[in-house]
Design a protein around this ligand. Structure first.
Ligand SMILES: Cc1cc2nc3c(=O)[nH]c(=O)nc-3n(C[C@H](O)[C@H](O)[C@H](O)COP(=O)(O)OP(=O)(O)OC[C@H]3O[C@@H](n4cnc5c(N)ncnc54)[C@H](O)[C@@H]3O)c2cc1C
Length: 561
C-alpha cells in the first residue's frame, strides 16, 4: 500500500490498542498520515490468536471496549469471538483497514536526530523480505507477550508422556477431548477460563496448581446496562455504565489494597458458598499473597465452582515431580493419570513488540530507560507505547494515553517542534521496576523492562482518576519533555556557520549542552532578526529544553561547540 513517506505516525500492532490508536488519530488529528504494521495476517491481536475452548475476557466490555464505541452485546464478560467482531466493526466504521500492512513485522527502528525521523525495518513474515518505512513517530502497540511461544517451564520426563501436551496459546483446532481425562497445569485466568469449558465434554478435568489464585464469581451480563440502554439510548448508557464499572473496579482494588485481610475473608466466604460442603477451600483457593497483588480471576456465574460441585472437575494443589507415560507424578508420590496435558503456565513477556531501538546509532537498552507518563521512554525521541492497566481494564489506560499522544502531536504542530524527547532532569532520581505487580510472568521479565522513577512524570501509574488528570486534563508541556525543532540543513558555508555558533555561544549559555547530531538549543532574549538571518539557525516557539516556564521563542542549530 502506498503512503506518503515519512508517515506522521507508524503504529506497530493491530490489536485492540493499535486499532484504538488509529481511531484516536483519525478523530483528533485528521490531517496526519499513519499506517499500522501487523506481523500476523489478521487483526485483533490477543482476541484472534487465542483459540482455546471458552476463551473470553475477564473484564467487563464497557470498560475493556473503547470509550467512543458502545458495547451493545448482552454479555459484559464476552467471548473472544464477540470481542473480535467488535474490533473488526470498529475498524470498518473508522476505515482503519486500508491503513494496515499485514504480515509485516517491525524488527528494528532507528532514530536519526538529523532527519528527526525513524526508519523502521520491516520483515515480510511470509517471504522473509526486508524493507523499511520512515515515520516521524512510532507508536508501539505490540502488546506485552511473545506470539510465537507461550511460557512453559521445563517438566522432567515431558517426552515420556504418550498423549498430547498442549499450550493454550497454540490450541490445535482438531483436538478431540470428549470423554478424555485432561490435566490442566496452572491456576491463572487461562486455567480458570479453560476448565469449565473443557469440563462440558471431557471425561474429567483436573486443575493442577502449585499455588492457588483468588477466584471470584461474577455476573456474565449486566442487566442494569441493558435496561439503561432502553431508557437513555446506547451512547449514554455506555458512558454511564462505563463510569459505574470504573468506579466499582477502583473501589474494589482500593479496598483490597487497604484492607487485605478483610478482602481475603470476604472472598473466602463467597468461595465457601459456591463450593460443596466440607470442601478444602483454604488448600485450593487461598493464595499466599493479598487480593489484587496479582490479577483476580473471574468465574462468570461461578462456572468453575459449578463444575467442581458437579464432580466434572477437581483441583489438586501440589508440586510436580515429573511427567510419566501415564500422566503427572507429584512430589508427594501420587500420580495423576491423563490422556491430555494442558500447560496453562502463562506467557513470555516481550516489551515493545520485540523491536530493537537505536537512537543516532546507539542501541537503546530498555532497562536503562525510565518510563515517562507511562507512555514514552527517557532519551528516546518521538516514541510512544501502549501498555495498559494490570489492575483494571487494560484499555482504560490505553485510551487515555492515545488522547494524550494526540494532544502532544497537536502541541508540537502549534509550536513548530518536530522532536519530543523525555529527559530526566535529576540524574540522581531513584528508579524502581516498571510495574508494582507480583504476577509470575511480569516478575520473570521485570529485569528486561524499562524502569520507573519516584515522582511524576516518571511513574507508571495504575490509578485511573490520577491518569485522567495527568493525561487528559493537564498540559502536555512539561519541563522534562524537550520539544525541539528539526535541525536546519547543513549550511553551504561551514566556516561561516561555525563562526555564528561560536559567537552566539559566547554570549548566551546553552539551555542544555549539545551532543553530536543533537540540536543545540539556546535561550535568547536578543533581537530575533540577528539569529533568524544566520545560516543554520531557525527560530521556533516552544517550552525550552530544561526550562519550567511557559512556551518561548528559541533558536536551534546543529552547530557543534
Ligand atoms: C487470553 C487473554 C485474556 C485477556 N483478558 C483481558 C481482560 O479481560 N481484561 C484486560 O484488561 N486485559 C486482558 N488481557 C490483557 C490485555 O488487555 C490483552 O492482551 C489486550 O488484548 C492487549 O491488547 P494490545 O492491542 O495491546 O496487544 P495484543 O492484543 O497482544 O496485540 C498486539 C498486536 O501487535 C502485533 N505485533 C506485535 N509485535 C509486532 C511487531 N514487532 N511488528 C508488527 N506487529 C506486531 C501482534 O501480532 C498483535 O496483533 C488478556 C490477555 C490475554 C492473553
Amino acid at each position: 500500500m502506498a503512503s506518503p513517506d515519512p508517515l506522521d505516525v507508524l503504529i506497530i500492532g493491530a490489536g485492540i490498542s493499535g486499532i484504538g490508536a488509529a481511531c484516536y488519530l483519525q478523530r483528533d488529528l485528521p490531517g496526519h498520515s499513519y499506517a499500522i504494521l501487523e506481523a500476523r495476517d489478521a487483526s485483533g491481536g490477543t482476541w484472534d490468536l487465542f483459540r482455546y475452548p471458552g476463551v473470553r475476557s475477564d473484564s467487563d466490555l464497557q470498560t475493556f471496549g473503547y470509550e467512543f464505541k458502545p458495547w451493545r452485546d448482552e454479555d459484559s464478560i464476552a467471548s473472544a469471538g464477540k470481542i473480535l467482531a467488535y474490533l473488526r466493526e470498529t475498524m470498518a466504521e473508522h476505515d482503519v483497514e486500508r491503513h494496515v500492512r499485514y504480515q509485516s513485522r517491525a524488527c528494528g527502528a532507528s532514530w536519526s536526530s538529523a532527519d528527526a525521523c525513524w526508519t523502521v525495518q520491516v520483515e515480510d513474515t511470509v517471504t522473509g523480505q526486508r524493507s523499511s518505512v520512515t515515520a516521524r513517530w512510532v507508536f508501539c502497540a505490540g502488546g506485552y507477550y511473545r506470539y510465537d511461544e507461550g511460557f512453559s517451564p521445563r517438566f522432567e520426563g515431558r517426552d515420556r508422556f504418550a498423549g498430547p501436551v498442549i499450550h493454550p496459546q497454540h490450541w490445535p483446532e482438531d483436538l478431540d477431548y470428549a470423554g478424555q481425562r485432561v490435566v490442566v497445569i496452572g491456576s491463572g485466568a487461562t486455567a480458570v477460563t479453560l476448565i469449565p469449558a473443557l469440563a462440558e465434554t471431557a471425561g474429567h478435568v483436573t486443575m493442577l496448581q502449585r499455588t492457588p489464585s483468588y477466584v471470584m464469581p461474577v455476573p456474565r451480563g449486566d442487566k442494569w446496562a441493558v435496561r439503561l440502554r432502553g431508557l437513555v439510548g446506547e451512547d449514554r448508557a455506555h458512558a454511564i455504565t462505563r463510569r459505574k464499572n470504573i468506579a466499582r473496579q477502583q473501589w474494589v482494588w482500593r479496598f483490597c489494597q487497604r484492607y487485605p485481610k478483610t478482602a481475603r475473608r470476604l472472598i473466602r466466604r463467597i468461595n465457601v458458598k459456591f463450593l460443596p460442603p466440607g470442601y478444602p477451600v483454604d488448600e485450593h483457593f487461598s493464595p499466599p499473597y493479598g487480593p489484587w497483588d496479582q490479577r483476580l480471576c473471574a468465574a462468570p456465574e461461578g462456572d468453575l465452582f459449578r463444575v467442581i460441585r458437579d464432580g466434572r472437575a477437581s483441583v489438586v494443589t501440589a508440586q510436580i515431580a515429573n511427567f510419566t507415560e501415564r500422566g503427572v507424578l507429584l512430589a508427594s508420590g501420587q500420580e495423576l493419570e491423563a490422556d491430555i496435558i494442558v500447560t496453562a503456565t502463562g506467557l513470555n513477556v516481550q516489551a515493545m513488540g520485540g523491536v530493537e531501538l537505536t537512537v543516532d546509532g546507539q542501541p537503546v537498552s530498555l532497562p536503562d530507560t525510565v518510563a515517562y507518563k507511562g507512555m514514552m521512554l527517557s532519551d528516546v525521541p518521538n516514541f510512544a507505547y501502549a501498555i495498559g492497566y494490570t489492575n483494571s481494564s487494560w484499555t482504560l489506560k490505553v485510551g487515555l494515553l492515545c488522547e494524550h499522544f494526540c494532544r502532544l502531536l497537536r502541541r508540537m504542530d502549534e509550536v513548530g517542534a518536530t522532536t519530543a524527547t523525555p529527559v530526566v532532569a535529576d540524574p540522581a532520581m531513584p528508579t524502581r521496576p516498571f510495574l508494582d505487580f507480583g504476577a509470575g510472568y511480569i516478575q520473570r521479565a521485570i529485569g528486561a523492562l524499562p524502569r520507573q522513577g519516584d515522582r511524576a512524570p516518571w511513574l507508571t501509574s495504575l490509578n485511573y482518576p490520577g491518569d485522567v488528570k495527568l493525561l487528559r486534563h493537564r498540559p502536555v508541556d512539561d519541563p522534562e519533555l524537550h520539544l525541539t525543532a528539526r535541525p536546519a540543513p547543513a549550511p553551504a558555508d561551514a566556516a561561516a556557520h561555525q563562526v555564528v555558533v561560536l559567537w552566539t555561544a559566547s554570549i548566551s549559555r546553552p539551555a542544555r549542552p549539545s551532543s553530536p547530531g543533537r540540536p543545540a538549543a539556546l535561550a535568547s532574549s536578543w533581537p530575533t532578526p540577528w539569529l533568524a538571518a544566520a545560516p543554520g539557525w531557525r527560530w521556533s516557539t516552544g517550552t525550552l529544553p530544561g526550562s519550567t516556564g511557559s512556551p518561548r521563542r528559541y533558536a536551534s542549530s546543529t552547530g557543534s561547540r
